[in-house]
Design a protein around this ligand. Sequence first.
Ligand SMILES: [Zn+2]
Length: 56
Amino acid sequence: MTAAGVIWWLGPVAVAYMGNRFTTDLPYCPECKTVLISEAVATGKMAEVERILEDK
Ligand SMILES: [Zn+2]
C-alpha cells in the first residue's frame, strides 16, 4: 500500500505499453512496488518510448 508519508523511490521498473515491454525510471513504493504513474509522467514517458520504438 502507499500510505501518506511514504517516500517514493525512483528506479527502473518494467512497464508494458502497447504490446511492448520496456524498463524505465519511475517512482515506486519500496514496500509493495506500486508504481506511481501520473498522467503527466505517463504522457512524457510514452512519448519517449514512442521515439525509441520509432528509432528501431
Ligand atoms: Zn506501498
